[in-house]
Write a new protein. Structure first.
Length: 262
């Protein structure tokens, strides 16, 4: 209670001080001729203008600080919302697959459940952090790939080449999985045969480059959906001017390259 009273008094005093400055300003303007002849008026005027400058500076500082805080809170809220959108499609599909496997192949279903639980744990707990290590992201992608190998009954050409100097580099979680998921969603899941997904992750010094190439069925290709929009917005918020993202389609081959400068 005492703290609140002091806080309110502090606000009241600052308000009174500002009012006093305004009143003094009017007095100076109205009685300028009379006061100008008084000894020490120039010194008083100097102190008055210094007080005005300090008051304005304080007001600007308080308001700019409030604006920055509001902007940071808005950015954090938006990031949390974007991160919550990652992977629901994948987990939904995996649960459908598990439902069909429980009676047909219980051992395979158990293995899928274990891997899926590891991925869900990472997505829920590590995925909400500001940063994770590059190795954690690599492990997450590898688990994702292994799950896909287990769920399909067709031959898939999947390659994941890794060349990393420092696996402890810190980066935002769940950035790469959006591109990896798109490669499987629009390629492997649709194509009946000859499907391939080739991934390359290279990290040297403070730069990480992920390249993905996959084939897809042109006739079933739809718009890019929220996945790439999600990725683009998160990159803009977390790595402004420190990332490059490009993608292209040639015939039935999709290429995407994401570069992060950490």
């Amino acid at each position: 209670m005492n703290l609140k009273i002091r806080h309110k008094k502090g606000i009241f005093t600052m308000r009174n001080f500002r009012i006093a400055l305004v009143v003094i300003g009017f007095i100076i303007v109205i009685f300028n001729d009379t006061l100008g002849k008084k000894e020490g008026f120039v010194e008083f005027l100097l102190l008055y203008f210094i007080a005005i400058i300090i008051t304005v500076a304080h007001w600007l500082f308080v308001n700019i600080k409030a604006i920055v805080k509001l902007k940071n809170e808005k950015t954090k809220t938006e990031l949390m919302h974007l991160q919550s959108q990652v992977n629901p499609h994948f987990f939904f599909n995996m649960l459908n697959n598990l439902y069909g496997l429980v009676d047909k192949d219980s051992n395979k279903a158990k293995k899928l459940i274990l891997k899926l639980s590891d991925m869900m744990r990472y997505s829920i707990y590590e995925g909400q952090k500001d940063h994770v290590t590059l190795q954690q992201e690599i492990d997450f992608i590898q688990n994702y790939i292994e799950l896909h190998k287990m769920r399909y009954h067709k031959t898939i050409d999947i390659q994941f080449d890794i060349d990393v100097e420092d696996e402890n580099l810190k980066l935002m979680p769940l950035l790469f999985i959006i591109l990896v998921e798109n490669a499987f969603k629009h390629g492997v899941e649709v194509l009946r045969k000859d499907a391939f997904v080739h991934l390359s992750l290279v990290s040297k010094k403070n730069e990480v480059v992920l390249k993905i190439e996959n084939n897809f069925d042109v006739e079933t290709q739809s718009d890019k959906g929220i996945g790439l929009e999600n990725l683009t917005r998160r990159l803009e918020l977390v790595y402004p001017k420190k990332h490059e993202f490009s993608n292209s389609i040639e015939n039935d081959i999709y290429n995407a390259t994401l570069t992060l400068k950490l």
